[in-house]
Design a binder for this molecule. Structure first.
Ligand code: AMP
Length: 285
């Protein structure tokens, strides 16, 4: 498996694949890869002749007080995981390769990005949309793979790709979890032992919300979105180390406010465990 840092080189590699009639899958990541990323790569390998994993901690999607400097990195480990999952190339550019000193063009969205994570991370999705646009332009994949773990990101990218006519199919993939339910995340490495134990409250709380929705569907009497989020909040508030950023139920994939939970919906939470901000969700379609 090859690692390249250069845009020209990855373009040449893709051109050769195209000339040979091969299909291409892209898995965009920020590295420090885990089983969640691996599931996306394996899914890409199963449906494409060649697979590129981009491994780039994108400075543009971090706010000034966020964890850009401390974000974990381990290219050797990433290489091993990509190789074992069957990827063909890792694209690992330096920030200067992606952003010239005079970089001044951004991809922004007027819907979908203001709520949920966008409320406390106002520049985040502009950075995500801009870097994904660049990665799609550089690698021109047939398919690109994103986790439902970052559900708002998935909705934003699906919408952007449709708005801007990218010739790439966006594939959403299920969240991969630890045995105790915690969604796998590169940021889990920030947690102390106590915090790691407390972090299971996110998936427990979402489980209660999902169960409430399930009984409403079974009984045929719809429940309100507020009732579901109140149940989830109560469970999270029972954990002293947890501080809620948001708990919301919105339509899926439009991310619009809803009153009654009787259609496709996303129920999403962001919670600080100590200083670490974790997100999780469930989607009911
Ligand atoms: P990141 O490196 O955190 O930017 O994530 C890269 C991609 O992997 C995104 O599409 C994420 O949604 C996806 N991803 C991260 N964690 C998980 C997980 N636990 N299960 C499935 N996909 C994930």
């Amino acid at each position: 498996m090859k690692i390249t840092e250069k845009i020209d080189e990855i373009r040449n590699i893709v051109s050769e694949w195209r000339a040979a009639g091969l299909s291409v899958g892209l898995v965009p990541t920020m590295g420090f890869l885990h089983e969640g990323h691996k599931s996306l790569i394996e899914r890409a390998v199963s449906s494409n002749d060649r697979v590129i994993v981009s491994d780039f901690v994108n400075p543009m999607q971090f706010g000034p007080s966020e964890d850009l400097g401390s974000y974990p990195r381990d290219l050797d480990q990433d290489e091993k995981l990509c190789e074992s999952a069957g990827a063909d190339v890792i694209f690992h550019p330096a920030p200067s390769e992606m952003y010239n000193d005079d970089f001044s063009s951004f991809v922004d969205m007027t819907t979908l990005t203001g709520g949920l994570c966008g409320r406390t991370r106002p520049i985040h999705f502009r950075g995500v949309c801009t870097v994904i646009t660049k990665l799609l332009n550089i690698t021109t994949p047939d398919r690109a793979y994103f986790g439902q773990k970052d559900a708002q990101q998935l909705a934003v990218i699906m919408h952007m790709v449709s708005d801007l006519n990218f010739d790439t199919e966006i594939i959403g993939c299920p969240s991969i979890r630890e045995a105790d339910g915690l969604a796998k995340s590169s940021r889990n490495t920030y947690l102390s032992a106590n915090e790691r134990a407390a972090a299971t409250i996110l998936s427990k709380a979402l489980g209660e919300g999902r169960a409430m929705l399930g009984s409403a569907v079974t009984s045929g009497s719809p429940v309100t979105a507020d009732a579901i989020t109140a149940t989830i909040r109560k469970v999270i508030e029972s954990e002293p180390l947890a501080k809620i950023d948001y708990v919301e139920a919105v339509s899926w994939p439009g991310l619009e406010p809803i009153e009654t939970a009787d259609g496709p919906l996303l129920c999403a939470v962001a919670v600080y465990i100590g200083k670490t901000r974790l997100i999780d969700n469930f989607i009911s379609e």
